[in-house]
Ligand binder design. Structure first.
Ligand code: FES
Ligand code: FES
Length: 153
């Protein structure tokens, strides 16, 4: 049996420690917000946090997450919640498939940069592919979230 802490809750599951964390989240724990896109670390759809590090769950074995805090799109952090609000306001998603990974990447950016430039956003989001081409709306929603954060102060 393996114990994982996901979104601040303990889960026990029976799985091989070598199995990609993505399958544990989706198939064992039913947390299907994290998506399977490429399986090779190229699209960003499977991004999650392990402790505070953005991680490709398709490439990460379960064993690397044991004893650490996993946060998925179903989790809550102040920046993630505020970004989700902006995402809704700017109607960012088209098909929606890439958006959980996009939101995790954007959360990571705002966790380390309170006022990102367009270039900072391009750099931070470059590992996330959107086949629907929502990049401009993503950028606007991130800038808007920065404004929301300023208003909260
Ligand atoms: S599914 Fe993990 S990066 Fe594409
Ligand atoms: S919204 Fe469809 S892939 Fe990004």
């Amino acid at each position: 049996m393996i114990t994982l802490v996901v979104n601040k809750k303990k889960h026990t599951l029976e799985a091989s420690p070598d199995m990609p964390l993505l399958w544990a989240l989706r198939d064992n724990l039913g947390l299907t917000g994290t998506k399977y896109g490429c399986g090779i670390g190229a699209c960003g759809a499977c991004k999650i946090f392990i402790d505070d590090q953005v991680t490709y769950s398709c490439l990460t074995p379960i064993s690397e997450a044991i004893g650490k805090e996993i946060t998925t799109i179903e989790g809550t952090t102040p920046n993630l919640q505020l970004l989700q609000k902006s995402w809704a306001e700017f109607n960012v998603p088209q098909c929606g498939f890439c958006q959980p990974g996009q939101l995790i990447a954007a959360t990571s950016l705002l966790n380390s940069n309170n006022n990102p430039t367009d270039q900072d956003i391009d750099d931070a989001m470059s590992g996330n592919i959107c086949r629907c081409g929502t990049y401009q709306r993503i950028k606007k929603a991130i800038h808007h979230t920065v404004e929301l954060k300023k208003q909260q102060k």
